[in-house]
Design a binder for this molecule. Structure first.
Ligand code: SAM
Length: 406
């Protein structure tokens, strides 16, 4: 009879059973797109999301409407009934954001996640693997302390990361906290990182060196190297323009070109009256805002290799909610050249989705307003970061398969 590693490898090769996944706080489906990109053999048994507009978007793209209840009301019997191996969770971030009151577990928006943690030890079939995503700051919260305690008591080993799309070649600064957890006999490929918080993606790239550059490194040299290795922002734009193509008389996008490599996304964008090309002016930053807030704006250019995190308040507020694009490149970049002459515009929702590495076929249904689109994208996640994390979590040739674990 085969034993241990030999048996596990045989099982992994022979099984066709997909991993049974539950997606909590599914939003517009960033986790599901990450699963798809990771190439995992999965079946999303159920997704849970309280927001009906987010569920419209999810249903539009995946053909399944998530369960629209409050996660706080789920019981261990409910969760056991799904017989899931894998949980993916991106609970609300507001209790832990630096800008917020940082009430942590005392914040009502943390209650549903705390409920899930309390249910886990009471379940007869708790998950074998899970991934939790949250803001930087979560790792020092009492909710985090509770999560680590519950996972350890339930026999799950954790590896934690703080990673940004910049570390994956995407010119987008969005550092986020991630926890991966696996239950024995499953194990991580690099077990020396068990119970550690890493600021480097190196294990995901197949090496166990901790010294790969990270966004939080203090060294200017490392920071420059990281930014340099990213693609330029123009690769993520649906409209490109150069100063000689832009007719400032008739509006900065009068002669805007649809990016050659992105025809599909432009079609996605031209949907409904609200998004006619004629309405492109809605992305121009009004002069009154530039005059009032210009000094607080983060301005980037098509050849820039970094832009700031887009939050759910992008387009409603300009300060600290995400970068603005200068469509006319001045000789001297930055504040020395008048911002008014640089024809600032907002990134379009499609462009934000591109920077989140969502696939080209992702679409919003027509009835979702511009503000709702930005709000939902701001809540979502980087597929470029989560997909390799999932690949790392699922891939260990010594692991048992979904079939063996049932
Ligand atoms: C950080 S966002 C996650 C977004 C998601 N990962 C995505 O790709 O769009 C948190 C989501 O949880 C939902 N949510 C918050 N509290 C909830 C609750 N108690 N029950 C169900 N959904 C909830 C919010 O509506 C929001 O869409």
């Amino acid at each position: 009879m085969k034993k241990g590693k030999e048996m596990a490898e045989t099982i992994c090769q022979s099984t066709k059973d997909p991993w049974r996944v539950l997606e909590f706080y599914s939003g517009i489906g960033g986790m599901r797109y990450s699963l798809m990109k990771a190439g995992v053999n999965y079946h999303v048994i159920e997704a849970f999301e309280i927001n009906d507009k987010a569920n419209d978007v999810y249903q539009h793209n995946f053909g399944h409407r998530p369960y629209q209840g409050n996660i706080q009301s789920l019981t261990e019997v409910d969760l056991d009934s799904y017989q899931a191996n894998v949980w993916l969770l991106s609970p609300p971030c507001q209790p832990y954001t630096r800008q917020g009151l940082q009430k942590h577990s005392a914040d009502a928006r943390a209650f549903s996640f705390l409920n899930i943690l309390e249910l886990m030890p009471r379940m007869s079939k708790p998950p074998d693997m899970l991934l939790v995503e949250n803001v930087v700051g979560f790792e020092t919260s009492d909710t985090h302390a509770k999560m680590v305690e519950v996972l350890a008591n339930s026999g799950l080993v954790t590896q934690e990361f703080i990673l940004s799309p910049l570390q994956f070649g995407v010119p987008y600064s969005r550092p986020r906290y991630f926890c991966l957890a696996k239950r024995k006999p499953l194990s991580f490929q690099y077990q020396l990182f068990n119970n550690q918080l890493l600021l480097s993606p190196s294990p995901l790239f197949g090496n166990n060196e901790k010294t790969v550059i990270d966004e939080n490194s203090q060294s200017q040299e490392n920071w420059d190297k990281l930014i340099d290795s990213c693609q330029p922002i123009e690769n993520f734009l649906e409209f490109t323009s150069s100063s000689d193509q832009v007719n400032t008389e008739t509006g900065p996008f009068a002669n805007a070109e649809v990016s050659g490599n992105d025809q599909e996304t432009s079609e996605t964008f031209v949907e409904g009256d609200e998004f006619d090309f004629g309405a492109i002016d809605q992305f121009v930053v009004p002069l009154s805002l530039i005059e009032r807030w210009g000094s607080a704006m983060d301005i980037v250019y098509p050849d820039s290799k970094r832009c700031c995190c887009f939050t759910k308040s992008y387009y409603r507020y300009v300060k600290g909610t995400g970068s603005l694009l200068a469509t006319i490149q001045p000789k001297n970049k930055g504040k020395t050249s008048s911002l008014k002459e640089q024809c600032l515009r907002y990134f379009t929702p499609r462009e934000v989705a591109n920077l989140h590495s969502f696939p080209k076929d992702f679409q919003f249904p027509k009835h979702i307003s511009l503000r709702q689109r930005y709000a939902m994208l701001g809540n979502s996640l980087s597929v470029a970061v989560v997909a390799p994390l999932l690949q790392y979590m699922f891939a260990n040739r010594h692991d048992f398969s979904a079939q063996e674990l049932h």
